[in-house]
Design a protein around this ligand. Structure first.
Ligand code: 13P
Length: 337
């Protein structure tokens, strides 16, 4: 009976689960006792279900704190592939959970909130890629990992913000390349690799709103701070040259560890600041904008993680015919990097 309630669950504790915030989002303040109770309950459920909790760097702090692994999209895909747990609770957004489900078809992948999608991933469709291929029969299509499985199934290579340069550099110089869907990451890859990249016009709303003016005023206010930029940022095209480092979320975490500086301006979703501050309490971090929040990522909450483990919902599955094709660009990426 895989979906039966785990034996050790104290039904009173389950019944006392507070409802998720009235708007269904995690940003609703929770008192520390409630957080502790939920964390303890999740730990018990996790053992009963033989589950692992994987969290993206943008998740609310209390989820990052209890996760078995917190990282960027590449790290999460690798962890999913490597785990021997039976159940993966994927605290991130849907395309990330889909990637995990395709990489480990024998495991149950759960996402705490099925509505946790990705506006950027929604900006490109399989039909659009097929149309581009008709016009460019010798072209290659490279997708950012922020795409649905159905889109990945139409692509030749996948990249994350960690390995995009490396993957693009491995491709032949004379081929036309369509990069989907992020315009800013695509612009960065084009500048770095000098490949013949056709740019799609998609963008992440949280990152695209990080405009040059915001960064300039922060740099004036904190002249000693290093400027770390995620390649999805709206300031990228004008300020690529100003950034001390253009990095994925995990790249930022690792860079701070070896950086001589003590202060950093961080241009990405604010969830990463929790991890940075927890790891490096002696450094100072300034968010490029406190409003840079992904409302999809923030749909997940501790309450929903507990509920997912109780009810074994929501299971993320990818149709086998799509998964077979979508895995090709993902496996190619993993083989290169
Ligand atoms: P990272 O791979 O750098 O964590 O970025 C993922 C993402 O979705 C950014 O919006």
């Amino acid at each position: 009976m895989p979906h039966a309630l785990p034996r050790v669950i104290d039904e009173i504790a389950v019944a006392a689960l507070p409802a998720a915030g009235s708007n269904g989002h995690a940003a609703v303040p929770r008192d520390p006792t409630q957080t502790r109770r939920l964390t303890e309950l999740i730990a018990r459920l996790k053992t009963e279900r033989r589950a692992v909790i994987l969290a993206h760097n943008y998740q609310e702090g209390s989820i990052q704190d209890l996760a078995d692994f917190t990282g960027d999209s590449l790290g999460l895909a690798r962890q999913a592939k490597a785990t021997d747990a039976e159940v993966i609770v994927f605290c991130g957004v849907h395309f990330m959970a889909e990637t995990a489900a395709m990489l480990c078809p024998d495991k149950t992948v759960l996402i705490p909130d099925l509505q946790a999608g990705c506006s950027l991933a929604d900006m490109v469709t399989p039909e659009a890629i097929r149309a581009w291929r008709v016009a460019h029969p010798d072209g290659l299509v490279v997708c950012y990992v922020n795409t649905s499985a159905a889109v990945k199934a139409e692509c030749d290579y996948c990249v994350t913000s960690t390995n995009g340069v490396q993957v693009l550099q491995s491709l032949p110089e004379d081929r036309d390349i369509l990069f989907v869907p992020d315009f800013y990451l695509g612009s960065y890859l084009k500048a770095k690799t000098k490949r013949k990249i056709h740019l799609w016009r998609g963008y992440c709303p949280a990152h695209a709103a990080l405009l040059p003016e915001l960064i300039e005023s922060l740099m004036d206010a904190h002249p000693e701070a290093e400027f770390l930029m995620h390649p999805e940022c709206g300031c990228l095209t004008k300020q690529m040259h100003l950034a001390d480092r253009i990095l994925s979320t995990e790249g930022m975490v690792q860079y701070v560890n070896r950086a001589p500086g003590r202060e950093f301006i961080v241009a990405t979703e604010v969830g990463l600041l929790h991890r940075l501050r927890a790891l490096y309490p002696d450094r100072r971090f300034y968010a490029a904008s406190e409003h840079a929040r992904c409302h999809h990522m923030n749909r997940n909450s501790l309450e929903k993680v507990a509920q997912a483990l109780v009810s074994m919902e929501h299971v993320v599955r990818v149709e086998p015919a799509i998964a077979e094709r979508a895995l090709r660009p993902i496996e190619r990426m993993l083989a290169i990097t």
